[in-house]
Every structure is written in C-alpha cells, then in structure tokens.
Write a protein that binds this ligand. Sequence first.
Ligand code: NDP
Length: 600
Amino acid sequence: MSSQRNDEPAIDFDELGRKYEEERQKRLRSDALGQYQSLSGKFADFGVDPNAGEAPGRDRVVRDADVLIIGGGYGGLLSGAHLRQNGVEDIVIVDKAADFGGTWYWNRYPGIRCDVESYVYIPLLEQTGFIPSEKYAKGAEIYDQCQRIGERFELYRDALFQTEVESFSWSEERQRWIVRTTRDDEIAARFVISCTGHYSKPKLPGIAGIESFEGHSFHTSRWDYSYTGGNADGNLTGLKGKKVGVIGTGSTGIQCVPPLADWAEQLTLFQRTPISIDTRGNRPTDMDWARSQEPGWQKERIENFTYWTSGIQHGENLVSDSWTNLLSEPSSVAGGVVEEVDPMEMQRAEIAKMESVRRRVEEVVEDEATAEALKPYYHYFCKRPGFSDNYLQTFNRPNVTLVDTDGKGVERITPKGVVVSGKEYELDCLVYATGFDFMTSYTKETGLTITGRGGISLDDHWSHGARTLWGMQTRGFPNFFLMSLVQSGVSINYNHIAEAQTAYIAAVIAHCIDKGIGNVEPTKDAEDSWVDRIVELSGPRQAFLEACTPGYFNYEGEYREEYALNTSFGGGPHEYLALLEKAIKGAFADNLEFTERAES
Ligand code: NDP
C-alpha cells in the first residue's frame, strides 16, 4: 500500500512497517525491565541532593493533621491550593527535597525548559499574577512559580522538607492514617494525598562497570555544578578542556546536549534510539498580549490545548505549535470543527509527521552517516516526542561526535570511559540522561509502605493490577487519594489533569470536613465498573504499544497481563475531565461511600 496526499511525498506503508519492525527487533532484550538500576546501594552517591546540604537537625514531629500531602511538586501544591480555597486549614506537606518544586527542584540541568507551552503548563498564572518570560520558559521560572504558589496559599506553614514518608497505616481505633517518616515523625492524619510525581525515581542503565569509572559522573536529575561550573543558563567553565560523554537521548538528553557542546572540548553522545525532533519556535512573551488577556484566559487556553492535542479542532488553535499542529492540517481531519476523530486520519497524520521529522534531520545535519543515525524509525507516539531548534544543529560542530550503538546500547564502562562495539572512548566526565522508573508498581516506584483497613498492604491489594475509582481512590484504603498515571486520565499537558484531580480531591475532603463525615472510599460497584472500563479501553492502546520500539511507555517491550489494569484511561482527556467536573457538582455521592465520624 502506498499513499500520497497534497504535497507529501508518497509513503510506502509496507516498506515503512518492515523498517519499523526491524528497528524494534534490534532493541528487544531478555532483561527488558531488569536492565536498569536504582540510585541506591553502591550507587547511593548518585542520589545525593546537590542543591542542599545536610538536613538541619530538628525535633521529631508528633501531631494530628487534617490532611497530609506527600510531595511538594505541582500535584501537592495544587492539592494544597484547592484545599485552602475550600477552607481547609490544617495541612502538612512532606517532601524529600529542601523546598517545593518536585521535578523542577531536582532537574536543574543546563538547558532545562518546559516542553509544553508555559502559558498552559505553568499553573495558577492568573491567581499569582505571574507571566512567564518565554513561550517555553526556563526551568528556573517554573521552579520559582512553585515557591510563589507555596507562599500565596501559605503552604510553607507546616511543611516538612528533607523528610521522606516511609509508611502509613490505617488505624481503625483512631480512624486516621498513622504516617511515619525518615525523621522519626509520627503524624496522625485524617486524609492522605500521595502526589509523588511520575518521574521522581531516577535510574541508571544496567551497564557493567559504572562503579569502576574513574572520571566524574552523575545523573541529569542531580546535576553537579560544583564540577561543571555555571548554571542552567550555561557558562559551564569547569568543562573547558574536558572530554564529556552523555548516555541518553530522551527529552532530557536533547536539552542538555547543546550547552554541553558549548563548553566541553569534546562531547560524545552515546545513542541507543534516536528521538524525534520537531521545531520548537521559542520566543519571548509579548507582554502587551499577556496584559491584554481577559480574566479566565488561562483556563480557556489550557482547554483549547488539550482539545487540539487530542485531534479535536475546537475553535481557534490558540497555542499553535508543534504539539497542536500535529493533528491539525486541514487534510488530516475532515470538515473543520469535529468532535469525533477518525483513527485512520490520525494514523496518516502521525506517519506523515514522522516522515517530515526524518526529512528535517537530513536538512539540518551535514554529515550523511550521522544524519542517517539520527532518524527515528517508529511510530511518533511510541516515545515522548522531542522539540528543539538547536539539538540537531549541535552535530555540525567539530567537537561533537555521535556514537550510534544501533539499538544495542553502551556495552561496558571502564575506569577510563565507555565501550561501544569493542572501541573505548576515553572520558573525563560521563552524564547519565537515562530517565526514571515508570509505572511498573506504585509502591516500588514511590518506596511507600501503605497498609489499609484490616492490615492489607496496597502491594497485596494490587498484586494482580491496580483497582481504583478514577485513578485516585481505592476501596479498603479510606480517606486516601493518590495521583499517578495508573487508571487516571492523561493529557500531553499533565498539569491540566492535575488541576482537575486536585479540585476533585479537595472537594471530597472539604465535603467530609463540612458535613462531619468520618471516612470516604469508593463503593464496590463504582470501583469495579471503572476497572472494567479501563480494561475495556486498554485494547487499542495496548495493541499500538506492543508494536512500538521499547521504551518506558511500553514497559521496555515486556508486557505483562496485569499492566492492562495499570494503564491510563483510554477514553481521552475530555471524557475524564467531564467525569470529574460532574462529580464535583454533586454526583460523587453516587460513587463514594461515606461513614459517620467516630474518632479520637
Ligand atoms: P527517557 O527515559 O526518555 O530517556 C532515557 C534515555 O536513555 C533513552 O534515550 C534511552 O534509550 C537511553 N538509554 C537507557 N539505557 C541505555 C543504554 N544502556 N545505552 C544507551 N542509552 C541508554 O528519560 P528523560 O529523562 O529524557 O525523560 C523522561 C521524561 O521526563 C520525558 O519523557 C518527559 O515526559 C519528561 N521530561 C520533560 C521535560 C520537559 O518538559 N522539559 C524535560 C525532560 C524530561 P532508549 O530510547 O533506547 O530506551
């Protein structure tokens, strides 16, 4: 089969399918999920926080609280903000970091920016009066907004930083969660909200010899500016005269490679799978435009972005960037405004996009062999797409080398450097841009021990896959809310979903407090029907992912049956968001079971 539309070159789908499969086969491995290692044990030094010193001493905290929130990133902050707006005062936020920020606290690598437009990604712009300085803001601005929200909603008041929640157990006697931390604190909370983030547990590749490397090495989420010099804006003077290597070409790798190339004498990038790179088109904010926006503009823009990135042409394309234009060419969706998206049209648009991504590599990268190695051969949404106007250009520099491992990955690390196909590349510094644990097991990923009613652990309860109502509550674990991608709605702009989920959570908690309700959990029927719906809708997405090149989206190609339950809601963001909105307007009573308050 071949296809040609408008000015696009003909695409031979059969040939392309064969090439995609050939590339996928190269990357399948017997140790798929076991190939990574965490920053613990002999790699514990990789996990040390470079942004803060030793935690200052303090007395252990023993107290009651209405709400305890685990995690002070955007999930935790939005929970706190909504709770305050609903009149909830007694809130404790606990975070391992020394400040609010979550992913933006830990990730401060050079070149870090939003990969979704700042005006839709950064929450509460109107409420805090903040205007990002660029369409895709620097990490530092996104991080600052976290502190602004913390201050604006007085969330610092009872926050416990440099403290990790280890466990929480439901006390039948007290009708509260007994929460224990690494600082020996014991907090009896009526409600617990777990907002631990999706990319919070960094991982190293399972390459032999990592510990033998005699140069300097670190993970991108623990960037060592004491070695490289400079900051996220560059000026990495410590790298002058140094040979630097990077492993990893995901969203992080493509952002930190250009500034590294500016300062290292020699930069070598070790690639296993190329990422797709579309144009970015960053530009300074037009402050007159920003000031002229009517109240409610951010909500409207956020909703507009989610429509357009779901393939639904809903009004004017306000963001108009590489995300929203992907499915918006006039030919891709018939008839202008549509509410239903034709899957065949989406597939055609997606394949055409990947073709244009490959053409762009040829246009930008001068060396033919390097350009060929940088072309991605898999479906566009098999991996998080990348956007950059300086990553591909970096390979035209004389001090930058791409070492393509043809899908095999780095072979070995030695005291002197990195070995690929038997050849050793000597390095002074090695940067691991190798990502984070993702959605295999909620408790493994978060490190939390959670024990619900009757002494049942969440691990056991979910041993055959997760069971939730809307990805946020689970029966047998009263007054517990979690935010993760498991059984929850998803949008390219995660903060859109987070905003809706935290509004829902705060509404339920405020309802309980106001009405003197003791406990809340999903009814059995509501949970069962949500789980059934998740499984029912998981089929097409699963089929798509099974044909994908390995990556964290498809459990590195090692699918297990229980993952049908651990998947996100396949009905699209709008159905999910509408469901939560309806619930907030009063319908949650149909899905939740409330019990009288009888506690100490
Ligand atoms: P990823 O998991 O996306 O990338 C990890 C990289 O390491 C991949 O290129 C992987 O190759 C490579 N790798 C792993 N093992 C080996 C090996 N043995 N040899 C060679 N290469 C190896 O992590 P990121 O940190 O880049 O991104 C994670 C997520 O965080 C993103 O998908 C995005 O959602 C989010 N993010 C958002 C940003 C933003 O908004 N600004 C910025 C950065 C991240 P392979 O592909 O073959 O597995």
